[in-house]
Structures are given as structure tokens and as C-alpha cells.
Design a protein around this ligand. Structure first.
Ligand SMILES: Cc1ncc(COP(=O)(O)O)c(C=O)c1O
Length: 376
């Protein structure tokens, strides 16, 4: 059967949009309060609800994930070098650079596409202050091993959980591991506040420092204690977040069914590799990533990406190029191609498929049939 292009473009993601009536009511509530930013009622309520939802001990909200990450790095007093992954969004290594820290790229694991914990230790130098790992596509990193290495070498651990909203390991929120975890609430993410983010952590002593750094370092009207920046989430962001949070249960159910439809139709195709499921991990269902092996599939990932466009399907080559290939990082010793063979391979194979609540199971079946038709 020949496949027909979609009438309307199918994008990789689409923001969850609360009912406009509810948005108007929320705006009226905010307007009536006369309080638009600087930790009002919406902010307080969202913070409380997210703490519970994410199953974490402490949380601070931010105006975006990147500012949150930059402040996490500052709050932990990191210096020198931080070991991180090249297979991530630019915000991860850039947050280090903005803190005058050199990112040291570590190769990734072939199964999870996360930092390869077995390759971290050989990159540690006297200048290393932390490990900044990313739960790529919501798959948890090797948390135990990373913590063991950190304890042994007295390093801090930060997790970038921008892709892992709601992920749990053995029932524990993904934001409860390491020293600090960052979440992004950008509109393209599963849960969003249009732009936004959060830091979660177990050490209650960090709260005051993180919150100071988030608000210019201001302690009170006449005292500035630290060179903070503006990381505040405003009331409209928080209000939208509260509405989106109410939609989460249904959205996750829909995404789970779409995810499983992809798995059902793509699991036994030579040349297509899917992420493996783990029984102790509750997924976020934020992304659906496939790996296309050109030799086995007969068509390269790049060709698949291009051909999909002819069918009005817009996939994404996350993360290509690798961060280690950017102009600003390629001079680093750790960025050398020969140091990152797995990341190099995976960077050429991964394709993120459309995944959002606006899609039906039938849409996913059609997308899978189109993909199968590219096999040679
Ligand atoms: C892995 C990763 N880290 C960090 C960020 C940055 O978050 P934000 O856009 O909220 O600043 C993103 C995405 O936006 C991301 O995908």
C-alpha cells in the first residue's frame, strides 16, 4: 500500500494548551491579585504541587531551565572542569562555560545514550569539581555508579532532567538523586510553564543559597549577599503551569499509548533500534527516539529525515551535531572525535519521532508505515 502525505504538517512536538476559558479565569485571578511576579500565590501553589508531583524534598522554580542550571552550578561553588556529555542540548555545556568552567566531554553508553559511567574516572583531574549528567530522552543515567565515583573523588553531581519530567526509579522521583537536578518547563516539554524550570535537591541548606542567587542575591531591602541573577518565574508562568499540571494525567495516558504504538510497529525491523524499557523505571513518555543503522536499514538517518518531510512529517536529529563539535568546544582535548566514538555513532543514527497529544494512534501507525517504506 502506498503511503499518502499528511494533509497538515506533523511536528515533533506541540505544546499542551489549557482551555482558553481556564486561561482567562486564571489571568483574571492574577490581575485581581495585582501581583505579577516575585513569588506570589500562583508561584507558591505551583511550587507546592510540583514538589509533591515530582516526589522531591526541596524545589525552587525558575524562569527557564538554563538559568536554573547556571544557578545550580554557582550554588555548588563548582570550578575548573566538569565532566559532562556531548550528546545533549547546548544549554548543558554552555551553563558551565557561563560559570567559567571547562566542560570535559565523556563518551556515552550505547544502550542508554547517557554519559558512560565506566569512562568518567579516567577524565578526572585535580581540576575536576563535578559530574553534570543528562537523563537523555528521559532514560535515567547510571545513578549508582555516578554517585560512587563522585563519593570516591569528592565531586558534586548535577543531573539535567530536562527530558525526564515525572520519571521515577523504584518509585523515587528522578529529581531526588545527585546534589541538584534541573528540570526544564519549556513549551516543547511534556509539562510546561511556556518558559520555565526548576531545581530539586535534598540538602535543605541549599535552598536559601539557590533562592538568593535566583533573585539578584537580595537578602533584604538593604543587603545583597551574592552576585545573583534574575531567575524568577512570574505569576503568569506559574498560573499556566498549574493549568498544565491538571492536564498531566490524561496527557501521560495518551503519550503512553502513542509510545506503545510506536514500539509495536517498529520493534522488529532490521536497522531500527529502540530504547529498552526497564521494569523499575516509570517513564516520562516525553520523546520517542529511534536509531537507524544505515548498513542494516539500507537508508541513512539523514535521508530518512529528509524523506519524511515529503510526507509532511518533521522529525528532529537530536543531538546532531554533538556539543563537542560546536565551534566553541571543538578545540578541547576531550572533544576529539577519537575520544567519543559511541557519541559519534549515535549522533549520526538518532531520530526523534513526532510525539504529542495532538496525534492519534492512526497517525503513529501511518508514520511507522512511512518509515518502513524507506527501508531498502
Ligand atoms: C537536555 C536539555 N537541557 C537543558 C535545556 C534548556 O532548558 P530551557 O529551554 O528551559 O532553558 C533543554 C531544552 O530546552 C534540554 O533539552
Amino acid at each position: 500500500m502506498t503511503n499518502i502525505p499528511f494533509k497538515k504538517p506533523i511536528y515533533i512536538t506541540k505544546p499542551l494548551l489549557p482551555d482558553l476559558k481556564n486561561v482567562n479565569e486564571k489571568l483574571k485571578e492574577i490581575w485581581d491579585s495585582g501581583w505579577l511576579t516575585n513569588f506570589g500565590a500562583q508561584h507558591a501553589l505551583l511550587e507546592k504541587k510540583l514538589k509533591k508531583y515530582l516526589n522531591v524534598q526541596h524545589i525552587s522554580l525558575f524562569n527557564n531551565g538554563t538559568n536554573a542550571l547556571m544557578i545550580a552550578i554557582k550554588a555548588l561553588n563548582l570550578t575548573g572542569e566538569v565532566i559532562t556529555t556531548p550528546f545533549t542540548f547546548p544549554a548543558t555545556p554552555n551553563s558551565l562555560t557561563w560559570n567559567n568552567i571547562t566542560p570535559v566531554f565523556c563518551d556515552i553508553d550505547d544502550k542508554t545514550m547517557n554519559i558512560d559511567a565506566d569512562k568518567i574516572e579516567k577524565l578526572i583531574t585535580p581540576k575536576t569539581s563535578a559530574i553534570l549528567a543528562v537523563h537523555v530522552f528521559g532514560t535515567p543515567c547510571n545513578i549508582e555508579k555516578i554517585q560512587k565515583i563522585a563519593n570516591k573523588h569528592k565531586l558534586k553531581v548535577i543531573y539535567d532532567a530536562a527530558h525526564a519530567f515525572g520519571t521515577k526509579i523504584n518509585g523515587k522521583g528522578i529529581g531526588s538523586f545527585g546534589d541538584i537536578t534541573m528540570f526544564s518547563f519549556h513549551a516543547t516539554k511534556l509539562f510546561h510553564t511556556i518558559e520555565g524550570g526548576a531545581l530539586t535537591f535534598n540538602d535543605k541548606n541549599l535552598k536559601e543559597k539557590i533562592n538568593l542567587l535566583r533573585n539578584f542575591g537580595i537578602k533584604n531591602e538593604e543587603t545583597v549577599l551574592a552576585p545573583g541573577i534574575n531567575g524568577k518565574m512570574n505569576e503568569i508562568q506559574a498560573g499556566i503551569g498549574l493549568l498544565v499540571l491538571n492536564m498531566m494525567k490524561k496527557a501521560k495516558k495518551t503519550r503512553k499509548s502513542l509510545y506503545e504504538t510506536y514500539e509495536k510497529h517498529l520493534k522488529n525491523i532490521n536497522g531500527i533500534k529502540l530504547l529498552q524499557n526497564k521494569v523499575n523505571v516509570k517513564k516520562s513518555y516525553q520523546y520517542f527516539a529511534v536509531r537507524i543503522n544505515e548498513e542494516e536499514f539500507g537508508t541513512s538517518r539523514d535521508k530518512v529525515y529528509k524523506q519524511f518531510k515529503k510526507y509532511n512529517v518533521f522529525t528532529r536529529k537530536y543531538f546532531h551535531p554533538l556539543c563537542s563539535e560546536y565551534q566553541c568546544y571543538k578545540h578541547l582535548q576531550s572533544a576529539k572525535i577519537t575520544n567519543l566514538p559511541v557519541a559519534q555513532k549515535i549522533g549520526k543514527e538518532v531520530l526523534c519521532m513526532p510525539m504529542h497529544e495532538g496525534l492519534s494512534k492512526k497517525d503513529i501507525e501511518n508514520i511507522c508505515n512511512i518509515l518502513k517504506s524507506f527501508k531498502k
